[in-house]
Ligand binder design. Structure first.
Ligand SMILES: NC(=O)c1ccc[n+]([C@@H]2O[C@H](COP(=O)([O-])OP(=O)(O)OC[C@H]3O[C@@H](n4cnc5c(N)ncnc54)[C@H](OP(=O)(O)O)[C@@H]3O)[C@@H](O)[C@H]2O)c1
Length: 314
């Protein structure tokens, strides 16, 4: 089969399209013939950084195969698998945190990390509704209540465009940020209010926020503390440790700061499948690349300007 092999961390050219052996499956796995793959900022952040690569993939062995988000068709079923059959169309985020090996024509995936793609949903839309959608679902569930005022930074991005829709469905009032060119897109997803971060400072406009989803870190995280009410919460996605001064400011304001790392989860994938089927969650794929141009998909995500999701078709 063909797969992108990374022998050492580095630029996109280090991901080399190679002919390698098809993976074999364990008792609880299925083998998926990949139809579409989604690319995330984490793929792009670990690719050039050996330490980050080893940490996220959980191995210092090289070569590795990057990627976690897939949709495709089941071609083999492990002997202990009961929920899937050969020919099923499936989607999921495979082995995150860990070595997903998704940039390949075949992926061995634990069956309990996948869901069946609902009828009428394309492989592209299914592949889009994986890591970014799981992140939004896992972060918002149990942290956001009906009636909350929720601030979602980067509402036009992969995580943000799902988070707006899920938070609205939970009964929250949603305020979101992006540049002005993505204002209408954010509002079309259900956001109640949009702030163009290039023209306005959200920290001078907003007060009494119950919950912030921060996909940006840095000053945006620091300024977010100012707009949250005492007893409120901030989940930061890029920042896994908070420096002492920032933590002290949050503590003094009565604001809980938390880092959340998304986890592979088949039950959550089934929840997303249910939302796709009901039409209550709509993925937005703004750009697709053929498998041969996967390197360009990395550059697209690296730009920081992607609207919704970037997908690679296999
Ligand atoms: N901890 C975890 O488990 C986890 C999971 C998923 C993602 N993440 C992290 O969360 C972050 C977001 O991920 P993503 O997939 O949503 O990224 P993404 O799709 O690449 O985000 C791109 C979007 O960000 C917007 N944006 C850029 N700068 C902005 C700013 N200063 N203020 C507001 N919006 C801005 C852009 O809109 P404009 O072009 O209009 O600026 C663009 O639409 C990344 O750092 C990622 O690594 C972490």
């Amino acid at each position: 089969m063909k797969a992108y092999v990374l022998n050492e961390a580095g630029p996109v050219e280090n991901m080399i399209l190679s002919e390698i052996k098809k993976p074999s499956i364990q008792a609880n796995d299925v083998l998926v013939k990949t139809k579409a793959i989604s690319i995330n900022p984490v793929d792009v952040k670990v690719r050039p950084d050996e330490a980050a690569l080893s940490m996220i993939l959980g191995t210092e062995e090289r070569p590795v195969i990057l990627g976690w988000d897939i949709s495709g068709v089941v071609t083999e079923v492990g002997e202990a698998v009961r929920d899937f059959n050969v020919g099923d169309k499936v989607f999921g985020m495979v082995n995150f945190v860990g070595h997903g090996k998704a940039y390949a024509e075949y992926v061995a995936a634990p069956a309990d990390q996948l869901a069946v793609i609902p009828a009428g949903i394309s492989f592209e839309d299914a592949a889009a509704t994986t890591l970014a959608a799981l992140t939004a679902l896992q972060v918002l569930t149990g942290r956001v209540n009906s009636g909350d005022r929720v601030l979602i930074h980067a509402g036009s991005g992969g995580v943000g465009h799902y988070a707006i829709q899920i938070a609205k469905r939970m009964g929250a009032t949603v305020i979101t940020t992006s540049s002005s060119k993505n204002r209408e897109f954010c509002l079309s997803l259900g956001a109640d209010e949009h702030i163009d971060y290039r023209a306005q400072k959200f920290e001078e406009i907003l007060t009494d926020i119950d919950f912030v989803l921060d996909g940006m870190g840095g000053d945006i995280l620091e300024n977010s503390i100012k707009v949250v009410k005492s007893g409120g919460k901030i989940v930061s996605l890029p920042t896994h440790t908070f420096e002492a001064g920032l933590q002290a400011t949050a503590d003094a304001a009565g604001v809980a700061l938390e880092f959340v790392m998304v986890q592979s989860n088949g039950e959550n994938m089934n929840t997303l499948a249910g939302m796709l089927k009901a039409g209550t969650l709509k993925p937005h794929v703004s750009v697709t690349f053929p498998f041969e141009k996967l390197q360009e998909a990395h550059l697209q995500i690296e730009s920081g300007r992607t609207v919704g999701k970037a997908i690679v078709t296999v």
